[in-house]
Unconditional design. Sequence first.
Length: 377
Amino acid sequence: MIMQINFIDLERQQQRIEKEIAEAISRVLKKGQYIMGQECVDLEQQLAEYTGRKYCLGCANGTDAIRLALAALNIKKDDLVLTTNFTFFATSEVIAELGAIPIFVDIDETYNICPIDLERKILALKNSNKKIAGILSVDLFGLPAKHKDIDRLAKSYGLWHVEDAAQGFGGKIGNDSACSFGDISTTSFFPAKPLGCYGDGGAVFTDSLEVAEYIKSLRVHGKGTHKYENINIGYNSRLDTIQAAVLLEKIKIFDSEVDEKNKIAVRYSSALDGIDEIIVPKIPSGYTSSWAQYTLRVERREELMDYLKGEGIPTTIYYPKTMSQTKALNSFSKYQLGDLKNSIEFADSVLSLPMHAYLTDDEITHICNKILTFYSF
């Protein structure tokens, strides 16, 4: 019989905390405060403490979190925003939607934005008298980007920096947590994210009281001191109380899940690192990943995917196209400069394996053995 393995197993996680989740949702139903209830306030406080930020503001989803962050920084039409070329579409989508221009930066071996290419492009833009507004970095696959370098560059060149930690929540650089970097940081609580709810949700983090108060207004139609006083043009981006209640229970087991995923990643890498046709993920010294995905670079990718599928092992490609190759962003090609060699090469070879805290020893062994068998052909 073929072993059937889940790519992300939310069912096993739900079984672990089924009683606690049911009780948390029941409390919300009894109180009847379904939008921005007390659980939302409690969650914001816990997340601020967890990340080391002064303020956390829940919102409807991770994309809105980026939108709120950029709006709070007063992004303007035709502003240039440097961002990674290798990520999910939402990051560049929001830049473009707000009328600004994404300038794509290549990645390094960590899959994250390359500080060397970032500075190269900052200098090239400044030398041509182009106005750069800021940097929007991404913590891909659970690993924080090289934020110490990015923050230094932002400060040196007078730019703002927003950290998109939609996949990075729970990751660390030393003792500094994801969502603690940049002027503003954001995350997503989409179910498949490291800390996910049972629907959509997101959050914005900042140490600025002024920014926090502005985002509080923006997320509720630009509200002032009461419901019918609108002082800004804003959005409808409030966090559901039931989702906050779910997250309050999930955060209790979150660190243990990250620990388990790191153990699984070590097992994967130890088993697969010796294969010539595979490059395992690289985690810099002093960094901790929350392993939103375990992503290899492989040869014969499509053949391997078909073989593993036949063995009950699901795999996924994150991401088959870079932002510079995305049709919806073609209009920005005239603004780009320099090459994007790594991101384009990586898009042709990346492959993500099952990764969640509830993989069994037998499942991990099965996955590794089948990959080893494939490359022995």
